[in-house]
Design a protein around this ligand. Structure first.
Ligand SMILES: CC(C)(COP(=O)(O)OP(=O)(O)OC[C@H]1O[C@@H](n2cnc3c(N)ncnc32)[C@H](O)[C@@H]1OP(=O)(O)O)[C@@H](O)C(=O)NCCC(=O)NCCS
Length: 144
């Protein structure tokens, strides 16, 4: 597993089927996001094969996108647990924010199991018109 501040893993994401799994993001979206010095990609190779795209926002972290190539096999849990165990997250006590589509049951369960709390609803947040649920995890040193 690796942390990269650059679009180094775009090739893997685009050509392994990961981008298709992750859905609504285009290659341009990844390139633009990773062009920011605040953005990072946490990539886990097979057998987990997944990524967490996140950015630092005023000392906290926002997860922008997260996906595994093969869904429903527990890989999401392995990926998220590994991400939350990163030492850089334990350096202070950051908050981790994200939004998830209201209908994305697997993701909402995944985040709930990891300790994320659902804090609100953003109506018609996505281009599709779907609502987003906002989630928050307050990372403590005991939990990393
Ligand atoms: C969201 C995602 C990362 C979850 O990873 P996963 O490997 O499929 O999920 P897991 O197998 O670890 O399961 C996580 C939980 O969801 C449940 N689950 C998995 N697939 C499910 C489904 N289709 N419907 C309902 N629940 C489901 C599991 O039972 C598990 O719950 P549990 O802890 O209560 O047993 C993955 O499905 C994915 O890549 N989806 C596409 C991208 C995406 O939607 N990302 C979220 C962006 S916010």
């Amino acid at each position: 597993m690796t942390i990269s501040p650059s679009p180094k893993y775009l090739h893997e994401i685009e050509h392994s089927g990961l981008a298709q799994t992750a859905g609504h993001w285009s290659e341009k979206d990844y390139v633009e996001e990773l062009a920011s010095e605040h953005s990072k990609m946490f990539y886990m190779p097979a057998p987990t094969e997944g990524f967490v795209l996140y950015r630092f926002v005023a000392g906290d972290i926002e997860i922008m996108n997260l996906a595994v190539r093969q869904k429903g096999r527990g890989h999401g849990k392995v990926l998220l647990d590994a991400f939350l165990a990163l030492p850089l997250l334990g350096a202070s006590s950051p908050k981790i924010f994200l939004e998830v589509a209201a209908s994305n049951v697997a993701a909402r369960k995944l985040y709930g199991r990891a300790g994320f709390v659902e804090t609100g609803l953003r109506r018609a947040y996505y281009r599709s018109g779907e609502d987003a649920v906002t989630c928050l995890l307050e990372v403590s040193h005991e939990s990393v």
